[in-house]
Design a protein around this ligand. Sequence first.
Ligand SMILES: *[C@@H]1O[C@H](CO)[C@@H](O)[C@H](O)[C@H]1NC(C)=O
Ligand SMILES: *[C@@H]1O[C@H](CO)[C@@H](O)[C@H](O)[C@H]1NC(C)=O
Ligand SMILES: *[C@@H]1O[C@H](CO)[C@@H](O)[C@H](O)[C@H]1NC(C)=O
Ligand SMILES: *[C@@H]1O[C@H](CO)[C@@H](O)[C@H](O)[C@H]1NC(C)=O
Length: 430
Amino acid sequence: MTTSLSPLLTLLFFSLAQGLNPKCDKPDRGSTLQVLHVHSPCSPFRPSTPLSWEESVLQMESKDQWRLQYLSSLVAKKSVVPIASGRSILQSPTYIVRAKIGTPAQTMLMAVDTSNDAAWIPCTGCVGCSSTVFDSTSSTTFITLGCDAAQCKQVPNPTCGGSVCNFNMTYGGSTIAAKLSQDTMTLATDAIPGYAFGCIQTATGSSVPPQGLLGLGRGPMSLLSQTQSLYMSTFSYCLPSYKALNFSGSLRLGPVGQPKTIKYTQLLSSPRRPSLYYVNMIGIMVGSRVVNIPPSALAFNSATGAGTIFDSGTVYTRLVQPAYIALRDAFRARLGNATITSLGGFDTCYTVSVKVPTITFMFTGMNVTLPLDNFLIHSSSGSTTCLAMAAAPDNVNSVLNVIANWQQQNHRVLYDVPNSRLGVARERCS
Ligand SMILES: *[C@@H]1O[C@H](CO)[C@@H](O)[C@H](O)[C@H]1NC(C)=O
Ligand SMILES: *[C@@H]1O[C@H](CO)[C@@H](O)[C@H](O)[C@H]1NC(C)=O
Ligand SMILES: *[C@@H]1O[C@H](CO)[C@@H](O)[C@H](O)[C@H]1NC(C)=O
Ligand SMILES: *[C@@H]1O[C@H](CO)[C@@H](O)[C@H](O)[C@H]1NC(C)=O
């Protein structure tokens, strides 16, 4: 008995020990990349001094303000450069993957962003970037693209400097100047020769992910467009939980190995902003009751870009005011006479222990009932709990509901562009 049990126990102990002490240099296999939270012990971007619960919640929430302004500027088709709030903002993206660029390969920890098309990487000589940059001069496969390259028509605000295609753009509170370049990008074991990206020359502000950004949008310059034959515009991810930072998730590229049984909803697109992944959210339930939300707050409009998107870069789900207020009121009504307090941008916090109702997002053909950890934030020290969603900034251009990464953690989210569908299934990422 003991002899047969002990290997099992050893295995169990071994897996637990692995969870407790993450192995940070795990090689990526096949077409699957490890996804790390920026606060993971394996992330160079984790805070040097641990933040209190309130600090980290508030930081993530204030970072989201920039994100939301950025997303609504995409829909409005004009750049919004937000006024700096003066508050310290978490400088990193939320989830990162290891990408290798150049020959020989240089590893960069790039932010995963489903609402951006292009990839940008800080390059040698960059003014305003962090110390880890891609040394293009030591890559034998690196080239810059000229103004006559087809890709030069796909970047924002291109200008010709000599024979080089330069472009500028704003991202959150930052502006970036980059030169359009090409090099081999290696993701897990897949080499992608001639990958076009922006080599960042100048960055201002603090919103630029320190080691670059990997755009998983579906517009012209995106990874999906540049790897049509390899990945067939299909990918999925499982984002690891904020509560288990020692665990990692995964980003699986291409149709191979994707879940066979998963609930789907239709993927929609708006010519107003072709990179965003729109879905049709038709309602929200608190417990078994459908919340009374005016249909206009959820309606998809391909011409204006209004509707609901899935986004990997926003932390907390934002709903347009009338939708959020209806949801929040229905949720509060189920908390009995608990005293409601606020914390930063969260307006529904409480300190009593009550039985909370479930929250279900209803999409065409798919209901997603969230586990408690996907819609509540619990203080690790005190007894405060907050509803982890908020109203979108009250901005006429921003009629956008964003299903954000807190709500997606420990789920597999499958983006199946060729079949115009998005799948969601619960999964323990680790
Ligand atoms: C995570 O791993 C680190 C070592 O890398 C360890 O010190 C820490 O206790 C672990 N945390 C948890 C919650 O397992
Ligand atoms: C782009 O940014 C660079 C560096 O900040 C600046 O010199 C240049 O004038 C900008 N170009 C445009 C078109 O905004
Ligand atoms: C809630 O209010 C009712 C009536 O006002 C009161 O009887 C009850 O004790 C309160 N419950 C709590 C948990 O405070
Ligand atoms: C979602 O839930 C509602 C209410 O229970 C139900 O009427 C509807 O059929 C469900 N939709 C799907 C696609 O299961």
